[in-house]
Design a protein around this ligand. Structure first.
Ligand SMILES: *Cc1c(COP(=O)(O)O)cnc(C)c1O
Length: 460
């Protein structure tokens, strides 16, 4: 399988190259040249198989000969061994024709572990074989940084540096970043806010001298391998609910459009998915796009579902590529309008195709709290605010529908307690998180100081 850029003007790459590169040189995102498909019989045969087996069969056509069968199986097994549930992404029925798929049994209690754990093992294997090392540098407001640290801790070919705003992440999030003991993990508490952290990381990547010397790499959500890993759980849940014998809809809490795009990928591969519901919080650019065809940036309003507080939804570009018949120049033009004018309008044809596949819903802050409260009263279980939005949006769908649970409620205890009066406890396997020793370095919001620290601490 070869990978092409959504903007049509970057080198065509192999799976391994696309994974290690991340962003294409023309500013676009990598996608497979064609969508591999699975027959009805092949899909039916996934029923009852382990998550790892389904992962192998679904992802195999995309990796080509990057790894032998045995190597790839080993990578998958190591990636999911850290999960706290044997099924990895189990399905729970919550009502007639209503299910929740729990994607939060990974080490940081959010669905980003599903992809990030695999990325860690893929990077380690590919880099060792090439005799190369990289330095991963990222900024986080909480979830992505801890998932990256958990994925890369203890790996030989990678050092990982995560910048977070000192004193401005939740205690659970901070402890997940500061308690790993491996020497290749570096939690950097920057005396500034999240935007300062992000600006510093961007500046490091734009300093080509520093970037090349330190072999900087990014593992943000535009990496194709992350999207691919997420397609897997759509298959495990759909076949558990009798696909391909019936069509299943999915309701997906959405920020960067990565998770819901993975559902679209599964559908292109032949999985009989009916509707894909884009479920947003008050930062609703994607909801407005589905409803009106106008994709327009507005300011970000902080919410109780912070991992969806996004207005630049990077992975939407991948869908645009298909909506515009895979014509790079058309995508290039739309992205130019987005950066010049803060928005663009979809053509009628593109809007129609979008609505053929996707529905959308939006929930304001009071509505999210109401959803958490109602669900707790009805089931005795508490939902994280992101998941509550997905569960709420599933209600309007007719037929069988799965809402994706993207985080464990204990990751957002304050918002959950305020909504329903119950304070969610951490799962037993990490109940000692509050007692573990912390290790982090406080640094000024100063680019040279940050670079200097990374240069002297990295093994590269
Ligand atoms: C990242 C995240 C999301 C949004 O996922 P996207 O792939 O960015 O759409 C939703 N919920 C949680 C808990 C997350 O961490």
């Amino acid at each position: 399988m070869r990978y092409i850029s959504t903007r049509g003007d970057a080198p065509v790459l192999s799976f391994e190259e696309a994974m290690l590169t991340g962003l294409a040189r023309d500013g676009g995102l990598y996608l497979p040249e064609t969508w591999p498909t699975m027959s009805e019989a092949e899909i039916a045969d996934l029923a009852g198989k382990s998550f790892e087996e389904v992962a192998f069969r679904v992802m195999k056509p995309y990796i080509g000969d990057a790894f032998t069968e045995e190597e790839f199986r080993g990578i998958i097994d190591r990636a999911y061994a850290s999960f706290g549930h044997d099924l990895r992404c189990p399905l729970v029925q919550v009502g007639p024709e209503r299910w929740v798929q729990e994607l939060h049994h990974g080490p940081t209690l959010a669905f980003k572990d599903v992809a990030m754990q695999l990325i860690g093992q893929l990077f380690e294997f590919a880099l060792k074989r090439r005799g190369e090392r990289v330095t991963i540098v990222g900024a986080t407001s909480g979830d992505t940084g801890s998932a990256a640290i958990e994925a890369f801790r203890g790996l030989e070919a990678v050092d990982v540096f995560i910048l977070y705003p000192h004193g401005r992440v939740s205690e659970v999030q901070r402890r997940q970043m500061t308690t790993p003991t491996e020497s290749n993990v570096h939690a950097l508490a920057v005396e500034g806010d999240f935007d300062d952290c992000q600006a510093a990381v961007k500046a490091m990547f734009n300093d080509f001298d520093f970037r090349d010397r330190m072999k900087l790499a990014a593992v943000n959500s535009i990496n194709w391998a992350r999207v691919l890993a997420q397609a897997v759980y759509y298959f495990t849940s759909a076949v558990a609910l009798d696909a391909p014998g019936r069509k299943i809809s999915y309701s997906v809490p959405t920020g960067n459009f990565g998770d819901v795009f993975a559902g679209y990928v599964a559908k292109r591969m032949g999985l009989p998915i009916d509707r894909l519901v884009v479920a947003t919080n008050q930062n609703d650019i994607l909801h407005r796009t589905v409803q009106t065809g106008a994709h327009e940036k507005r300011g970000v309003e902080p919410s109780t579902s912070p991992s969806m507080d996004i207005q630049v939804s990077s992975n939407f570009e991948r869908l645009l590529f298909d909506l515009y018949d895979r014509e790079g120049p058309a995508v290039q033009q739309l992205m130019k309008e987005l950066s010049d004018n803060g928005g663009f309008a979809l053509s009628q044809g593109a809007k129609d195709r979008l609505c053929d596949e996707f529905d959308s819903a939006r929930y304001g802050e009071d509505e999210v709290a109401g959803l958490i409260k109602t669900y707790a009263a009805k089931t005795g279980h508490v939902l994280c605010p992101h998941t509550a939005i997905g569960v709420g949006a599933a209600e309007a769908v007719s037929g069988p529908v799965v809402a994706l649970a993207t985080a464990h409620a204990a990751k957002f205890p304050d918002a959950v307690e305020a909504a329903c009066g119950q304070r969610p406890a951490l799962p037993a396997r990490m109940a000692d998180l509050y007692e573990r020793d912390e290790r982090f370095t406080v640094l000024p919001n100063d680019l040279d100081a940050l670079k200097g620290h990374i240069r002297k601490s990295a093994r590269t």
